[in-house]
Design a protein. Structure first.
Length: 353
């Protein structure tokens, strides 16, 4: 098995990757509006969004809007990427609040309605999160969980970068998402080997693709935690950590497609686990400034491998069901001869079909 990647090898993986769009998106503060009555409740909600690990950037993209408000005060809402709404719970405003949420959703603007812990019912037609605003960390985590649902994956990096309270959860979701993507990639190549009807190369999964996905994940994680966007500087600091995680790339090289006795479920599990451990190692270093110890790496890998195998079974099962519905290829072997006829003789006395 080849050795662990060094700094130059890790940086080399990014040499062919254009991260300019990732950087641009991450550096642009997301337009987030916190809409609610002026007072301590809204102030604590803002604190929950801003309290988290890493650097707090100067520009957060966060704006506050008092509610109730007239139509002219709501003119900024159509430009928002996310609206976090604190309702008043006043009966005479309930209809206006419901209409406001419905109008935002009708304009494809994601809305998260924040309710106090203990409120029995959720808000009709909108994502609802119940929070105890005295617990800022838990509030940030619950909001981040909903943010990951209502936003596209491409938006996660910018939201985490500019709103530290969302960082840990969105970083964990990014790691899982990348692990699943790499697993699906390997599942596709593994399925192609056992389902010839698929027009996919029947060789080993492209390890370069897996590694570059891991490198991009590491770069996004650094951006999420407020690191400078210069890729060479970021990966220069992370190279040792990333290289340690990339050791599982070598495991994948051994298992994915090279050893016939290793089944596709294990192949998919290895791709998932290797990516997950890389992400966890990078996140640990970004948050705590230290690497995962060997025993921690081994334990994390075993947990991720079990998760990856479970995910692999689901993916391969769905792929198998899909391919069973495909029309079977027809072999053009010429016209069928009539029963009892003799096939034409080929040169040399051999018989044809």
């Amino acid at each position: 098995m080849a050795g662990v990647f060094d700094r130059q090898s890790v940086l080399g993986q990014l040499a062919e990757i254009d991260v300019s769009d990732i950087r641009r998106r991450a550096e642009t503060p997301p337009q987030v509006v916190v809409l609610g009555p002026f007072g301590p409740t809204r102030a604590r909600l803002v604190s929950a969004l801003q309290a988290g690990p890493g650097e707090l950037l100067t520009a957060s993209g966060l704006s506050l809007l008092n509610w109730p408000a007239g139509p002219e005060a709501l003119e900024s809402l159509p430009h928002a990427e996310l609206v976090i709404f604190l309702p008043t719970f006043q009966e005479h405003l309930r209809l206006a609040e419901q209409e406001l949420v419905d109008r935002l959703r009708g304009n494809a603007i994601p809305v998260i309605v924040v309710l106090p812990k203990g409120e029995a019912s959720e808000w009709p037609g909108a994502r609802t999160v119940w929070v105890d605003l005295d617990d800022l960390a838990a509030t940030g985590a619950r909001l981040a969980t909903e943010v990951a649902i209502v936003l596209d994956v491409e938006q996660w990096t910018a939201f985490a970068r500019h709103l530290p309270g969302l960082r840990n959860i969105l970083a964990e979701r990014l790691i899982i998402n990348t692990s699943q993507n790499n697993a699906v990639f390997v599942a596709t190549t593994a399925a192609a080997a056992i389902i010839p009807v698929l027009s996919i190369p029947l060789n080993v999964a492209d390890i370069v693709v897996l590694t570059k996905n891991q490198a991009i994940m590491a770069y996004k994680l650094a951006l999420m935690y407020g690191y400078p966007p210069e890729v060479q500087k970021v990966l220069g600091e992370l190279a040792g950590v990333v290289g340690g995680g990339f050791v599982w790339r070598q495991v994948a090289r051994m298992l994915v497609g090279f050893v016939p006795l290793i089944g596709p479920v294990t192949q998919v599990g290895v791709a998932y686990a290797g990516t997950y451990v890389t992400g966890e190692a990078v996140q640990r270093w970004l948050v705590h400034g230290r690497k995962l110890e060997r025993e921690d790496l081994r334990a994390a890998y075993q947990r991720a491998l079990a998760q990856g195998k479970m995910f692999g079974r689901q993916v391969l099962s769905r792929m198998s069901q899909t391919t069973q519905q495909l029309p079977k290829p027809k072999l053009a072997l010429g016209r069928r001869r009539k029963s009892g006829t003799t096939p034409p003789a080929l040169p040399g006395g051999r018989q044809g079909f």
